[in-house]
Ligand binder design. Structure first.
Ligand SMILES: Cc1cc2nc3c(=O)[nH]c(=O)nc-3n(C[C@H](O)[C@H](O)[C@H](O)COP(=O)(O)OP(=O)(O)OC[C@H]3O[C@@H](n4cnc5c(N)ncnc54)[C@H](O)[C@@H]3O)c2cc1C
Length: 381
């Protein structure tokens, strides 16, 4: 039986743990935090992420029931720096609906699934994730799922929760996710995602994200959030009507690059944000974190089958690198390419015009790709 250590029990680590334990490996999940723990995030679960969560045993209805706090999303809104917007409906037969679940609850549920699958959990902060770390001695495979703490962060986000009394307008906003490109920072954006719909109040996740390389004195996430709250009509409306606001919390994230990401070294394999798998255009990373955990389990399974049947097998690192380059890297490249294309403010404003007045097919393609309803490959190519 393979002994596998997974460092980090976020979406990537728990997904890998769940699939590996179900395959019969002995899995120990290490995390420096005790769960439930919070993780600053937009809390938006793309339909693609919901598909991975369902594979872990939490179909969308069950997830929402167990989470106790969530919002079902049936429309997506894109706002250009100039203010023009386009809206697209999801949640019909051809486009599955999305959902927002606060990470504190989501990650606790994912860990519970991993424990149910047979993983062991140890609360422990590991000083390093390599074969030299004494705690990891004796494991056959070490999975680095520490998220951006693995040291690859190249972007940062800031998010807070705004609680607003229900009105017909708030009820409408409680079903849509909206993203607005920042007018001052060409790769920055802000979001409003509803996360909890209660009988009297709705809680919205409001935040901003930007690349570290774009941070200048007086041009950081806090200034960007202030600009977003002043300029975006939805964020402004919530800010004016909020009964409660949490203190915004920042967190780094690791977005994918065009090439050169090394995801394996010896018996240490990286997944999720530790492997820079967040989408370089939108910053969404939960879906790829979950998917990378499942793919890694398939690679390990295949390696074991080869060994058992006496067929030649490559190293874990080589096999995982090949899988990454064939499955995850092409989608990250498409996102990267689209980000470069849409970088100039003028292009974003022209694209918004085209979305509003151009063919419906264009609106469907861009919205479904950017909000993770379909892959970039399926939506755009
Ligand atoms: C502000 C913000 C908003 C975002 N919004 C969205 C969104 O709306 N939708 C979306 O899909 N993605 C979003 N993302 C990206 C998403 O949060 C990440 O891609 C996702 O959390 C990656 O999952 P992970 O399991 O790789 O890492 P994490 O979720 O970061 O989990 C890593 C785990 O490792 C543990 N750990 C770290 N170091 C150690 C150590 N030394 N020893 C032991 N344990 C350790 C941590 O405690 C943590 O539990 C956002 C990111 C940010 C920063």
């Amino acid at each position: 039986m393979l002994r596998i250590a997974i460092v980090g029990a976020g979406p990537a680590g728990t997904s890998a743990g769940c699939h590996l334990a179900r395959q019969g490996s002995e899995v120990v999940l290490f995390d420096k935090a005790l769960f439930p723990r919070d993780k600053p995030c937009g809390d938006w679960l793309t339909p693609l992420a919901l598909g991975e969560i369902a594979r872990l045993g939490l179909a969308p209805e069950l997830l929402r029931e167990r989470a106790g706090a969530s919002a079902v999303i049936t429309s997506t809104v894109l706002r250009a720096p100039g203010g023009r917007h386009s809206r697209f409906g999801i949640g019909d037969r051809s486009h599955p609906e999305g959902c927002c679940v606060p990470r504190q609850r989501l990650d606790a549920l994912l860990l519970a699934q991993a424990l149910e699958a047979g993983c062991h959990f140890r609360q422990q902060a590991l000083a390093s994730v390599d074969a030299a770390e004494p705690t990891l001695a004796g494991f056959d495979v070490i999975v680095d799922a520490r998220g951006s703490a693995a040291g690859n962060a190249n972007a940062a986000g800031l998010r807070g929760y705004w609680q607003v009394t229900r009105t017909p307008e708030i009820d409408r906003l409680a079903r849509e996710v909206s993203i607005r490109a920042d007018p001052r920072c060409k790769r920055g954006y802000g979001w409003v995602f509803p996360v909890n719909v209660q009988p009297d109040v709705v809680t919205f996740n409001v935040g901003v994200g930007l690349w570290k390389a774009d941070i200048r004195p007086g041009q950081g996430p806090r200034e960007q959030l202030a600009r977003f709250l002043a300029q975006d009509p939805v964020a402004r409306h919530l800010d004016q009507h909020a009964n409660r606001r949490s203190k915004p919390q920042g967190f780094p994230l690791a977005m994918g690059g065009w090439s050169g990401t090394q995801v394996g070294q010896g018996k240490v394999l990286r997944i999720g944000d530790a492997a820079q798998l967040a989408d370089p255009l939108t910053g969404d990373g939960i879906g790829n974190a979950l998917l990378s955990g499942r793919l890694l389990a398939e690679v390990v399974n295949e390696g074991e089958r080869r060994k058992a049947s006496g067929r030649p097998s490559t190293s874990w690192a080589q096999a995982w690198q090949t899988c990454f380059e064939q499955t995850l890297q092409p989608e990250l490249r498409r996102a990267w390419w689209l980000r470069r294309l849409l970088e100039p403010t003028l292009i974003k404003n022209v694209a918004a015009l085209a979305l509003a007045h151009g063919p419906a097919r264009l609106r469907e393609s861009l919205h479904t790709a950017l909000f993770g309803v379909r892959t970039y490959h399926d939506a755009l190519f």
